[in-house]
Every structure is written in C-alpha cells, then in structure tokens.
Design a protein around this ligand. Structure first.
Ligand code: KG4
Length: 336
C-alpha cells in the first residue's frame, strides 16, 4: 500500500511516499526556519504562507523521487493536530484536495503519534507495546504505546516543553533558531557541573516535569553576567543546562519503564537528537537491561515519512476521515 503523506504543523513543509508503513520511498522537506530566525522563534503567519508556497512542489518532488505515479497512490495521510492552526490547515486542505482528486482515502494523523512512528521506519524490529519519551519543540511527555493506535500519557511537562527551553536560551545567547542543535554543539567539551541549575519535581506526580524554573535560572545567569560585565563560559553553561534537562527526563523515563515493565524504550521528536540525553538514556538502559531505540537524526525533526508510517497503521485500524476533516491546534495523543 502506497501512502502520500504531508506534514505542515510548524515551520517544516514536508511530503513523503511510504510503502506498507515502514518503507520510505521518498521524503522531502522545506523549512522556513531561516525566515523565523530573525525573530528568534516561529511567526505563525509566515509559516502558513511558506507552506502554501511549498506544498504543491514538494508533493510532485516526493512522487518523482519515489518513482511513483500519482495513479499508484492508495491513500493520503496528513498531520491534522496538534500544531499552529494556520499551518496545519494548509496541509489538511491540500491533502483533502489530493485525496479527493485521486479518489483515495484521507487519513488524519496526530503529529506526536507520527514522531513515535519515526522509530518504526528506522527500526524494523520495534513493535508495541513500549514506552516512548516524546521530546520536541511543543511536547515533552512519557507515552505508553500500547499498540500502534492506542496511547496513554503517563506524565509530562506542566509548563514549557524541553525543546522550547533549548530555543529560548539559545536565542538569548545569540545562537539562532532553532537553538537545540547549536546548544548541543556548544555543550561539547563543557563542564556540566560548572553552573548549578535546578532540577524541578512536581509534588506527588513522579512522572511529571517542569522546565520553566530551569529556563528562568539559565536566563537569569546570562542577564546577571551581562549586567556585571562578566564573561560566561558558554560551553560550561550549555553543558550544565543539557545536564539539567537530561537529569529531569532520564530518571522519569527509567521510572516509567520500571512501572510498565516493558523494558522497551523509544525516544521521539526533535530533542531526541540531543547527544547528552541519548548518551544518558543508553547508559541507564544498559544498567537495567532495557532495550533502547533512538531515531536517526534525520528522522528526529519534523518530516512526512513518519506521518505516512503512522498513517498506515491508522488506516489498518479504520481511522480515516471525511471531507469535513478539520485541523486542531491541540489534541491529546490518546484521542488522536
Ligand atoms: O520535532 P521537532 O522538529 O518539531 C516539533 O514537533 O516541535 O522539534 C524541534 C525542536 C526544537 O526545539 C529544536 O531546538 C530541538 O527540537 N532540537 C534539539 C536538538 N536538535 C533539535 N534540542 C536539543 N538538542 C538537539 N541536538
């Protein structure tokens, strides 16, 4: 079964052709990140306009690279939630018109379900149930992946997403947008104990997290140094920050694993590219004999291949949409 998939929930416009869920025939991405960089974060209206400009050409390019004619497409999958509403609507409207024109089913896909499915593309041996740490610009959650289309959120951030913290701190340090990658590079070789940043706990909710206090602590450190004219060691600062994020995510992931007992852990989303988090998780999994699946860096960020992959499993579960499909800015993964 060949699925043409679209993703447009934030600042990446993407199209892909997937075969039988896990085989990637093509995956093309256009990003408007450069345009947002001057503002230090995504400007929704700019993102929407760039999606409109890019999506048609990307659809053609995905088909061309896959060597597939549009008449061979069996279904169209699209991210319909959660995300920037204007951005999502571009993908949903375009996918609807393509599916209608080709006379094939339309499959709505939850964005974070797609991020989890990126692991299926890279790891053919991975099957539910497993625990997934979902960490991106908009999400930080521990998800029980009960099967391909049944999910339960076990815990997550009460305030900022982990990726958002990387981005906000990088902005203040002048490292550009998105800031996670540059922050990761800056942390290499830094002393992760140089700055004592807080690790927050949510009383009586051992799997929940909070990143806003950490973000404020780092920003205060930067502003204080600027006001006093003191030089900060950016390598140490980035390493200390990454350690605090990892110390928040990793013990909770291992606790959730202990509670579920699957001993199978996957990571999903843009922050899954972070070298410190990857290394800490691998070390802790090795200690308890848990198997860890990490997506390749190319599939950590937003892409349409993951949407086509999850779309396949949604289709098998009978989850298709009518022509009245609407986009949703927020939606719990268990309801997607
Ligand atoms: O999954 P994604 O592309 O978009 C969302 O669905 O949100 O994630 C983007 C986020 C951004 O916040 C970006 O700074 C972060 O992932 N990111 C990283 C790294 N690479 C990207 N965060 C930490 N370390 C990285 N190496």
């Amino acid at each position: 079964m060949k699925i043409l998939a679209f993703e447009s929930s934030c600042d990446e416009t993407a199209a892909a052709v997937m075969e039988d869920g896990r085989t990637m025939l093509s995956s093309v991405i256009a990003s408007s990140a450069d345009m947002h960089a001057i503002y230090g974060g995504v400007v929704p209206e700019i993102a929407s306009r760039k999606h409109v400009e890019a999506i048609s050409g990307l659809a053609d390019e995905a088909l061309r690279q896959a060597g597939v004619d549009k008449s061979e497409i069996d279904a169209v999958a699209v991210t319909y939630a959660p995300g920037l509403i204007g951005a999502l609507l571009v993908g949903v409207s375009f996918a609807k018109s393509v599916a209608y024109g080709l006379g094939v089913p339309l499959i709505p896909v939850h964005h974070v379900r797609g991020h989890i499915a990126a692991n299926y593309i890279a790891h053919t041996d991975l099957e539910p149930p497993f625990l997934c740490l979902c960490v991106s610009g908009g999400t930080t959650a521990l998800v029980d992946v009960k099967d391909y289309t049944h999910f339960e959120v076990l815990g997550g951030t009460r305030d900022d997403a982990s990726g958002e913290c990387f981005d906000k701190i990088a902005r203040v340090l002048g490292l550009g947008y998105p800031g996670g990658g540059p922050m990761d590079k800056m942390a290499q070789g830094g002393n992760d104990k140089a700055y004592a940043f807080p690790r927050a706990h949510v009383a009586d909710h051992p799997l929940d997290m909070s990143f806003s206090g950490l973000k404020t602590a780092v920003l205060n450190t930067v502003h204080n140094a600027q006001q006093k004219g003191e030089e900060l060691d950016l390598h140490d600062l980035a390493a200390s920050f990454a350690a605090a994020v990892s110390d928040t995510l990793v013990p909770r992931t291992m606790e959730a694993n202990r509670m579920l007992g699957y001993n199978k852990i996957a990571v999903a989303g843009g922050v899954a590219a972070n070298s410190r988090i990857r290394a800490d998780l691998q070390r802790e999994c090795d200690k308890v004999g848990a198997k860890l699946w990490l997506p390749p860096l190319s599939l950590c960020g937003d892409n349409a291949a993951m949407i086509g992959c999850q779309g396949y499993y949604e289709y098998l579960a009978g989850n298709t949409a009518g022509w009245d499909l609407n986009a949703k800015a927020s939606l719990d993964i268990s309801k997607g």
